[in-house]
Design a protein around this ligand. Structure first.
Ligand code: NAD
Length: 503
């Protein structure tokens, strides 16, 4: 086993701005203002770096959700947002981006405190990612367009037929805890660009940056009721959004299990549904690559964000000729990902998000061990408080083991060997998931062959995990329905109307 560096697990003090946010009275943002709930239901918020309770948020009831939906419905129906010249929606989104940029440090710190991710990572990835999505989607507000189509069965000039692209209405946005603000903005930005109004339900573990974002919405001057937030539990607040007859669209990011529940529940009202779900993404390394270099990239592909990434490279397939050297190089890279408290400037990996997630991930490692997997490195919890887990590499696994088949959503990777392209394509596809994959080779033919064969919504070549606001993202198979980002991301909030006029 590789030695992990010794760490002092003490979370540095919070800044004044962050402490002020944590001290706020629990409230919901509905119809342009902060509203206290008319009940005492609250949820406690923990800092996963310490396991301490640091704040409280409203545990919204169905009535709370109904108030938020009513506000969003009014704001949509009277056209105060969808009826604006598109350039004004564009300006609103740009203002939000500028305000987020001006407050980036506070948002990065809050995200680190709430989720446990290293503050340096929130600074480099989460917050700039959200800003760039707002700026990119701002541009779409003025570019939404239908088309004129010649009817097939009519003489030229007899009819004018065209399509209009219209906003769907009220969007219910339900997001997970792994990239709390970024996942929310990935939905907020296209919803607002298209002219929809929205109700956001952040994850119960990580609602702080979404709540703070509501301040920016007010400051940016978006009309009341366009943007609303209800915090609370999925089965209550989330479910109410999904079944509410006045919600036209649900966009959900989260686990495949909950995605299926939501898809079923949304059927009664035939809501439009976008689902971004789990993954078990393969990292395929061909023998022409230098294992020393790819090893550290493969380690990043799994240990980034403590492996709590839907596209995490959780199954590495190394060609037989380089398997040993690749495994060795990954094991050498692992200690640089040894976890530290989120606000420690040296942290590259933080704790897991919660006790529940920690137990879940440790349970998988234990199941792997029992089934005969070799723990090459990690597998242990290095601290007595907080939800830390050392980066873990498993080898000697077989395809039937749960560590190979199921999404672990933690810093745990299985490394397997393969002989040829046919075999690795088949193994990589032998999963109910199909979110992403990466292929590492300089062999152009092998790269494109695998890119075509892999059943995944995104295939990366010689990189892993990069999302770009312009490139569609989503899953094959049980990894989801629909696409976010790019033009496809805006389409998900639009309805198509056909207009046919006899001339
Ligand atoms: P989760 O499914 O437990 O919860 C996600 C959200 O759904 C939370 O806000 C939760 O409150 C809500 N929810 C739970 N039950 C609900 C219900 N019955 N009705 C309505 N809402 C409900 O997921 P999680 O544990 O927060 O996040 C981890 C999962 O998210 C992983 O499986 C990961 O792969 C997935 N994920 C996917 C993507 C992607 O883009 N494909 C991105 C990030 C995370």
């Amino acid at each position: 086993m590789n030695e992990m560096p010794t760490t002092r697990f003490s979370q540095p003090p919070y800044s004044e701005a962050a402490a002020a946010m944590l001290d706020r009275q629990p409230a919901l943002f509905i119809d342009g203002r902060w509203t206290a709930a008319d009940h005492d239901g609250v949820l406690e918020v923990e800092d996963p770096s310490t396991g301490q309770v640091i704040a409280r948020i409203v545990d919204a009831t169905e009535e709370d959700v109904d108030r938020a939906v009513a506000a969003a419905r009014r704001a949509f129906d009277d056209g105060r947002w969808s009826g604006l010249p598109p350039v004004q929606r564009e300006r609103g989104l740009r203002r939000l981006a500028d305000l987020l940029e001006a407050n980036a440090e506070e948002f990065a710190e809050l995200e680190a405190i709430d989720n446990g991710k290293p503050v340096g990572m929130a600074r480099a990835v989460d917050i700039p990612g959200a800003i760039s999505q707002l700026r990119y989607m701002a541009g779409w507000a003025t570019r939404i367009a239908g088309e004129q189509i010649a009817p097939a069965n009519a003489p030229d000039g007899a009819f004018l037929a065209y399509t209009r692209r219209e906003p769907l209405g009220v969007a219910g946005l339900i997001v997970p805890w792994n990239f709390p603000l970024l996942m929310a903005v990935q939905k907020i930005a296209p919803a607002l660009a298209s002219g929809c109004t929205l109700v956001l339900k952040p994850a119960e573990q990580t609602s702080l940056t979404a709540l703070r974002f509501a301040d920016l919405v007010a400051e940016a001057g978006l009309p009341d009721g366009v943007f609303n937030i209800v915090t609370g539990r999925g089965e209550v607040a989330g479910n109410r959004l999904v079944i509410h007859p006045d919600v036209d669209k649900i966009s959900f990011t989260g686990s495949t299990e909950v995605g299926k529940i939501i898809n079923r529940a949304a059927t009664d009202t035939l809501k439009r549904v976008t689902l971004e779900l789990g993954g078990k993404s393969p990292v395929i390394v061909l023998p022409d690559m230098d294992p020393a270099q790819v090893g550290s990239a493969a380690a990043s592909a799994i240990f980034f964000n403590s492996g709590q990434v839907c596209t995490a490279g959780s199954r590495v397939y190394a060609h037989r000729d380089i398997f040993d050297r690749l495994l060795d190089s990954m094991a050498k890279a692992a200690p640089s990902w040894a976890p530290r408290p989120a606000l420690d400037p040296k942290a590259r990996m933080g704790p897991l998000v919660s006790r529940e997630q920690h137990e879940r991930v440790c349970g998988y490692i234990e199941a792997g061990r029992k089934a005969g997997a070799d723990v090459v490195t990690g597998g242990d919890n290095p601290a007595d408080a907080g939800y830390y887990l050392n980066p873990t590499i498993l080898a000697g696994v077989t395809p039937d083991m749960s560590v190979v088949r199921e999404e672990i959503f933690g810093p745990v990777v299985v490394v397997q060997r393969f002989d040829d392209l046919d075999a690795v394509a088949a193994e990589a596809n032998a999963t109910r998931y199909g979110l992403a994959a990466s292929v590492w080779t300089r062999d152009v033919s092998a790269m494109h062959t695998l890119a075509a064969r892999l059943k995944a919504g995104t295939v990366w070549g010689n990189l892993h995990g990069n999302l770009d606001p312009a490139l569609p993202f989503g899953g094959y198979k049980e990894s989801g329905i629909g696409r976010e980002l790019g033009r496809h991301g805006v389409d998900a909030y639009l309805e198509t109307k056909t207009v046919m006029i006899r001339l």
